[in-house]
Every structure is written in C-alpha cells, then in structure tokens.
Design a protein around this ligand. Structure first.
Ligand SMILES: Cc1cc2nc3c(=O)[nH]c(=O)nc-3n(C[C@H](O)[C@H](O)[C@H](O)COP(=O)(O)O)c2cc1C
Length: 384
C-alpha cells in the first residue's frame, strides 16, 4: 500500500467500501475461494459441467443469487435466491435480473461447447412484476443434443473475464476493431454505444456524472451500509463466504482486526475516508479513455435478462481484445437520491423517451490484469 493511502485509511477512522482495493486489485486471495476458476472435469452429469461455467458469470456485488433445481432429467430450473437481493441500491431488482441474464448466457456458451442446445423458457410460471422478484422460476432450460449447436469463440474467454477496477491507461484508445467486436457481441435487441476517442466533451460529461453518482452512493448511509453487509475483509472472511466484495489489503485487514473499521455505521459525508475515496475515484475516471453504454427499448423483466446476456457477451469480446471493463451502475440505480445523475446520463446518451432504459454503463480501457473474484462451490447453488 502506498503511503498516501495508508495515511488516508488511518486518518478516516472508518472506511467506505466502494472504492477500497477490492480483490482482484491487490493482496492475495485464499485458494479455496477461487477454486472454481479452474476448468471443471468433463465427466459425470453434463449439467454440472455447464453450471461450473455459469457460476463464473458477473453478478452485481458478486451476490451470486442463482439457485438451480436439477431434479428433472436434462433440465435446469433457475431461481433467484431471495436472500441475496440489494433492496437499497437495486430496489426493483433490475440488476439482479441482469445478473441472471449473464448466468444464462454463460450457460448457453458452455452448452454449445458440449454440442448441446439450451432451450431457455423465461419465467415459465409468469413474469415477475416490475417492483419485486418472487419465488417463481426465472427460467427453465432444456438441454438437447444438436449437431448444429456451434461452439462460440467467446467461450474461450470465460476464465479470463474479470471486472477491472484499476486505473486505466489514459492515452491508450480502444481500437475500432475492438469496438466493432463488442457491438457485434451485444447482438440484436440491445443497443450498444461507446464514446469516440477524441470526443473530449463527451468524456468530460461522462466523468462528471459518474463522479456525482459515486459521491451520492458513498454519502447515502443506507446504500453504504448495504455494501458493508457484503464486504468480506481478509482471507478468513473471504474463504468463509466466497461471495460479495472482497478486501485483501493488509492494512484494512489489520485495522478491521483492531476494531477500527466498524461496519455497523456509515461514515459521515465529510469523513476523510469518504472524501479521499471520492478523489481516488476521480483519478480512475480521469484515466478512463472510453465509456460504453447499453440501452433497451423497454424495461420488462425479459428485457433486463436480455441486457445481462448482452453485457457479458460484450465483456467477453472486450476480454478477447485485452480490454478492461468496470460497470458504473450508480447513476443507473433507481433509488431517489440518484434521480439527478440518472436524468443526466439519460440526457447525455440521448435516451429521453421512456420506457427506453439505460441498462449498463461502464468504463473501458487498458489496465494491468486482475485476478478472479470468489465463487461458492457449485453444490451451494443446487436446490436439494
Ligand atoms: C448488473 C451488474 C452490475 C454491476 N455493477 C457494478 C458497479 O457498479 N461497479 C463495479 O465495480 N462492478 C459492478 N459489477 C461487477 C460485479 O461487481 C462483478 O461481476 C462481481 O464482483 C464478480 O466479479 P467478476 O466480474 O470479476 O467475476 C456489476 C455486475 C453486474 C452483472
């Protein structure tokens, strides 16, 4: 840890989670927490092999809210774990649904790799209402042998895809070929956009909105506390939970052990721990050479799933081109304090007419590679 940040952490007395060095950025990760990132053996029930890939999908706050029922032969029923929601920052469960979309997309890529077609029926017992996710299935997947089920080259990137929250190389622009590959990966039904390399005005607007949204998230006590609840600090907590936001920085671990990081209280808005992290994030935004966004014509539950599928495909395509990505969901979140940034990003992107929805907004650029985030064992996802 550099001296500046060390002093900052000590000076704060309490720590704000969102821009601390989340795992994948520094420190070491307990081996068992990332054991899922090795290729599974292709023996036994093919559904387990497929699911061993699907659980590597990105999920908001790494909550891994997937539950699968394998009791019907040749089928996978997908449910949402209602104990793994983010009611403060994601009050209508839009990002949770996107995170089920990412899962279904990786499942589909893995099935194709084994010569299987995954026939996905979304919401077989009816679509969730727009305000709440319930106990009905998200999807029923039937696997069928299909000699025309072509493997997808994006499959090869599943084990290399990681959310990268580092500083990016500011002068290194994203080449046209990579943009085109990402756009193609998004597929139909989800509109992909990206800032142009020399468009300084657009870059300034994106940075300012993201910065404002970040400040709001850090200074809204209930949204901060929601992140604190899923913060896993140090090897013991990470190995125990294998989900959530991991912190491995030795100083933070040490401060936590000494009882100097109280996760039951949100920091005050002028707390140095908050203001210095706002500054850190400003640096990260300033280093970002491009921003991408994905919009949809409506915001139905099945559209949210489609947006998640498209998002992970775009991230896999970026990974194939060596490009790093970090979602910036704060301004897209539907809690009242974000109304200003939410309106500002819609206006900046020209998304002015509801129900058109901005589903994803992300930093894009080049950065040193980061390691994987934890995943629970496959058995933890299977409903008995
Ligand atoms: C719908 C969705 C929203 C996300 N929003 C954010 C975000 O705002 N900021 C962030 O740093 N990561 C965000 N992520 C990335 C997750 O935190 C990440 O997928 C998770 O921690 C697991 O890490 P991995 O992607 O490296 O496997 C989001 C992911 C999804 C699918």
């Amino acid at each position: 840890m550099n001296r500046r940040r060390f002093l900052r952490v000590l000076g704060g007395g309490t720590i704000a989670a969102a821009s601390l060095p989340l795992a994948g950025c520094s420190g070491s990760m307990p081996e068992e927490a990332i054991a899922g990132w090795h290729s599974p053996e292709a023996t036994g029930d093919v559904r387990r092999w497929i699911l061993a890939h699907a659980i590597l999908a990105p999920h908001s706050h790494n909550l891994q809210s997937w539950v699968v029922d394998l009791r019907a032969p040749g089928e996978i029923a997908l449910y949402c774990d209602l104990n793994r929601l983010l009611p403060e920052t994601d009050p209508f469960g839009r990002q949770i649904m996107m995170s089920h979309g990412t899962f279904l997309e990786i499942l589909d890529l893995a099935a194709r790799e084994r010569g299987l077609r995954a026939d996905v029926t979304l919401f077989p017992e009816g679509e969730f209402t727009m305000d709440r996710i319930d106990a009905r299935p998200v999807a029923r997947v039937r696997l069928a042998a299909d000699s025309t089920a072509a493997p997808d080259p994006l499959f090869a990137q599943i084990f290399h895809r990681h959310t990268n929250r580092s500083l990016y190389a500011p002068e290194r622009t994203v080449p046209d070929a990579a943009r085109a590959a990402m756009q193609a990966a998004a597929g139909p039904g989800v509109d992909f956009g990206c800032t142009a390399p020399a468009d300084g005005e657009a870059l300034r607007a994106h940075r300012a909105i993201a910065q404002d949204a970040w400040r709001i998230e850090l200074t809204t006590p209930r949204t901060m506390l929601e992140s604190y609840k899923v913060l896993r600090i140090g090897a013991t907590e990470i190995a125990k939970h294998r989900d959530g936001l991991s912190l491995t920085d030795p100083t933070v671990v040490w401060l936590t052990r000494l009882g100097l990081f109280d996760r039951s209280k949100a920091p005050g808005p002028n707390d140095r721990a908050v203001t210095s992290q706002i500054d850190d994030f400003r640096e990260k935004l300033a280093s970002t050479p491009a921003f991408l966004w994905m919009t949809t014509a409506d915001n139905q539950r099945r559209t949210q799933i489609a947006a998640g599928r498209a998002y992970v495909r775009v991230q896999l395509a970026a990974t194939a081109h060596g490009i790093a990505m970090q979602p910036l969901q704060q301004a897209l979140q539907e809690y009242p304090e974000q109304a200003g940034p939410h309106a500002a990003i819609r206006k900046t992107l020209g998304v002015t007419t509801p129900p058109r929805t901005v589903q994803m907004w992300a930093r894009l650029g080049y950065a040193p590679p980061v390691g994987p985030a934890p995943r629970r064992d496959l058995d933890a996802f299977v409903r008995a």
